[in-house]
Structures are given as C-alpha cells and as structure tokens.
Design a protein. Structure first.
Length: 369
C-alpha cells in the first residue's frame, strides 16, 4: 500500500498543485503588503511616486487596485511554480519522442532530479527503454542464430546428399564395371544416407530442446546398470578402434529419476566422442560416484587433448574442435549441445576438462534419496 502511494504520481500532482496554490496566494499577499508599505514610504519622500499613486487612486479604488495586483501576482507565482513542476515532464516527453524518432540511442537514459515528482516515472521509462533495447538485441541475436542455423544445416546436409545423388546417378546410368563395384556404390550411398539421417535427427532433437517441446518421460532407474549396458553395446566399435573400456563405480546401485532414453543418448554421444577422438590412448574409462546428493559420471579418454581455446565453446551448437581433423568434422556439431540441453532439463550440469594426460566429460545428476 505504501509503495502504491509512493508511485501514485497523480495523487502527488494534486497535493503539489494544492501546495502551489497556497504558496502562490501567500506570496501574492506578502508582495501586495510589501507594495503598500513601500508605497507609503516612497509617497512621503518622492513627489513623483506620490503623483503616480494619486492618478491610480483617481481611476481605481484601493480594493480594486490592490486586489487586482494580488490576483495578477497570484497567477504569476502559480504559473512559475507549476512550470517548474511540469518542466521535467516536458523534458521526458521530448526525450521519449527523440528515442521513438531515432534521434537518440535505445540505451539513452532520461535524467531527472531525484527530488522531482517525476523521478519514479523517469526511472520506469528508463527501465522500459532498457528492456526494449535488450529485447531488440535478443531479437537480432535470434535472427543471426537462425541464419547461422540455416547456413550450417544447409552445408552439412548438402555434402552427404551430393554423395548419395552422385553414386545413385552412377548406378542409374549403369556406370559400374561389375557387381562388386555396384555393391560398393550402394554401400557408400547407404552410409551417406545414414549420415543424413543422423544429421536430421540431431537437428530435430536440437530444435525440440531449444523450443522446450521435448518432454521428459520420468522413471526410476539404476545409473550404474545403464552405463554397464551401454559399454556392452559399444564392444564392437571399441574392438574395431583397438580400444578397451572400463566401468569404475564406488556403488553397485545409483538410483536416479529421469528419462533413460534421453540420458542414454547423452552417454552414447560422450562414449562415441571418446572412441573417435581418444584412439591414441587405447582406453575409455567411465567412472561413477556420489557427491553431495548428486551422481557424478565421468567419461574419460586418453587421446589428444582439446585446446584450452576450444573448451569454453565445446557445448555451443555447430562448434567443432580442430576443423582439420576429419573425425571432428564428421560430426553434426549438435551432439554436445543436445547433451547439455538434456542434462539441464534433468536439473544437472555437464562440463569438460582436458590436459596432456586425459580428456574428461563430467556429468552431474541429482540422486533419489
């Protein structure tokens, strides 16, 4: 209630106007009496003044003369006081018009004395202009992001699509020597089609995550058991890469409430990355532990480290580390961005660290007690 009264400018204006009326009347009354006493003093000493007064009194009565003078002075004082009151309002109007017409920058601030009645209004307008400025910046950034998304997606989809069309064109024109070469062309077209499918699925999932349309199907599950099953599924890719995996856990059971399908995608992405970029280390280590009511999962590889320049941007969409490495360039650039979104939806965090010894992706998820 006190805040509403404090910000009620209309009520303040009424009170200030009433106060100005009282002050103006008082000043007019005092000024008229000053003229009376000053006139009486001057009449006795200066004949010219005495003549002026006689001429005025011959035209007007004393009541009319002094009353009229008082009324004129009253309106003059009241105008001056009200002008001081509304001058700031006029300045604010000119400033807002200047911002609307583009003569001032969007972050221009209205300067009004804190003692002014319109100080809260000026502050509110400044806040409004500031929020509008940020909204326009966000809109520009969103437009830029959309354009970048379209550009990157177009580039990423065009490369495998060109290969698919090229090899299917060779098959359609019978430009192959034998069945072996035909099967080779078909296999390449199939692999590129799979690549397209991965890119489209990643883009679809990323878009759903961005617009928060991908709901979680919550259920209770054992995180350690899920990670163990994942490593079993990756046994063949690990063998083909000449690598081994190991699951290290200080507990046999760590119960979480979440969407297993989406969390599987997160850890599939992390393990796939570890296989692709950690072949030199010959080993992947998946560690689970419990710290302060959270389950910690670390997916560690011992391959080439990631540059400290790249680490802060690793979870940005379409960001790829070391573009000259074909392994990184082969990804959609959305996997880690999707993983971050899924983990955040579960109320957890994901981070990465890398040095000469190892690269570790660390996931933290709340535990069910």
């Amino acid at each position: 209630m006190a805040t509403k009264l404090k910000d009620n400018i209309a009520l303040k204006l009424v009170f200030r106007s009433i106060l100005n009326l009282i002050v103006s009347a008082s000043l007019a009354f005092i000024t008229v009496f000053f003229f009376i006493f000053a006139g009486m003093y001057l009449i006795d000493r200066i004949s010219a003044v005495r003549d002026i007064y006689r001429n005025l009194f011959s035209i007007f009565t004393e009541a009319v003369l002094f009353g009229g003078t008082g009324i004129v002075l009253f309106f003059l004082y009241f105008f001056i006081l009200q002008w001081q009151l509304f001058r700031n309002l006029s300045q604010m109007n000119q400033t807002v018009r200047g911002i609307a017409e583009g003569r001032y920058e969007m972050d221009y601030q209205i300067e009004v004395s804190k003692r002014s009645l319109f100080s809260p209004m000026a502050s509110n307008i400044n806040n409004l202009v500031g929020r509008l400025h940020h909204a326009l910046d966000d809109e520009r950034k969103a437009e830029q992001t959309k354009n970048e998304l379209i550009t990157n997606v177009s580039h990423d989809l065009r490369t495998p699509l060109t290969s698919v069309l090229g090899y299917l064109g060779l098959i359609e024109q019978d430009r192959y020597r034998d069945e072996v070469e035909l099967r080779h062309y078909v296999q390449i077209a199939y692999d590129k089609s799979q690549r397209l499918n991965v890119l489209i699925n990643d883009l679809f999932e990323y878009t759903r995550m961005r617009h928060d349309t991908s709901g979680l199907k919550l259920t209770t599950f054992n995180l350690v058991e899920m990670l163990g099953q994942l490593l079993v599924q990756f046994r063949l890719p690990l063998q083909e890469a000449g690598m081994q995996s190991r699951l290290v856990s200080d507990k046999a059971s760590v119960m979480l409430e979440g969407d297993p399908a989406k969390l599987v995608r997160v850890f599939e992405n992390l393990i796939s990355n570890a296989i692709s970029y950690g072949k030199e280390g010959k080993q992947i280590l998946v560690k689970t532990s419990a710290e302060d009511g959270a389950a910690i999962v670390e997916v560690i590889n011992f391959g080439e480290p990631i540059s400290s320049v790249d680490l802060p941007y690793l979870f940005d969409r379409f960001y790829r580390v070391d573009k000259s490495r074909t392994q990184w360039a082969g990804g959609s650039g959305l996997g880690l961005a999707i993983a971050k979104g899924i983990i955040q939806k579960h109320g957890g965090t994901i981070s990465v660290s890398s040095d000469l010894e190892q690269t570790s992706f660390r996931v933290s998820l709340p535990i069910i007690h």
